[in-house]
Design a protein around this ligand. Sequence first.
Ligand SMILES: [Zn+2]
Length: 394
Amino acid sequence: MHSYPLYYEKPYQKTHTAAIVDIVDNTLVLDSTICYPEGGGQSGDIGLISGVQLVNTTKDDDHTIYHHVVEQKFSVGEKVTIELDWDHRYHFMQMHTAQHVASGLLFTRFGIQTVSVHQGERVLTIETDAAGVEEATCFELEDLVNAVVRQNHPVHYEVHTQSSAQNLGLRRSIKVEGDGVRLVVVDDVDTVACGGLHAASTAEIELFHYYGQEKIRGHIRLIFTVGKVAREEIRRAEAAARELGVLFSSPLDGLVDVARTAVASAALVKSELRKAQQAIASLLLGSLVEKADRVGMVPVVYWNVPEEMDMKDIAQALVEHEDLLLCAAKEVEGGVLWLIGVQGKASAVLDFNTGKSSLLSAIEGKGGGKAPLFQGSAQACSTTFFSACKDLIQ
Ligand SMILES: [Zn+2]
């Protein structure tokens, strides 16, 4: 089946009435459509079909175009009205046009080829063949594209035979076979074969903004925003910078240095706090050991660990004692975290591995480890844990 695509002839048409010729699951096939199907790095059109939400448009190899609707209340032969989500479609046309201009200038001015492109909901990405692209180059490109925007170059289409298109020596290889090759020409800037939708002239791009870059498969992928989204992103970044300026009481020029110093000082405070927590754990355990009952010569400590303490610090405090049996439990949501430390001669008092399965079943817990430290979690409360530990003492 073949759906007549009106979007090439009338890319600015926002509504259209068509007849349903087929219904496949949650999709409608229409005799003609203004909805651009997903492909070539451009997403499918969305909008409404007779009031029902159109969530995507796709096509198959046979050029049948499928309109994906959220609710199937249609019948074959029925006439329906398409209303495009025009903001969505127009933004893609702007991004697509900007991408041609940017890829053309990357090639002619900087000798950088485009490997692949993607137009997302908010950003346009161009994967280049370069292993590195300096930021100054990206800003120069941004300026060059915006100059083309101001100069308002018309965008037009030409249909060529395969051989005449090949003879033009375009920067990008032609991906379609046979004749009827559709060329997109941004006058005086760029010509490539492309099946996407574009704005009628470069002024419609409005604004082209360099948004950053990332490394992918050893290449640099450049990220841009276009049009209304570019303005929104610039304003968002400025608002964040202003707010940070107030938070750090710093003008923009010194803001990064002030923030860097604050982050470094917070890291220092955090590390001092860790040391203090470790010292407290060590002192508390020391005082518990002094008061502890002994089995043989070995002090046995049962410790209900306060919630603000970290079990890691307790494990560290344990090794400061030559002979010690420590049973520690910290109440957490849904049970306890438990720790059994068997230092030195304590191994003659409690053999964890022998008692492991009875302990775990008594406390409905899991865990393990190797001498001198065993750890885990349990559903039982700390009292049950301590009494299960007592049962293991020989
Ligand atoms: Zn295109």
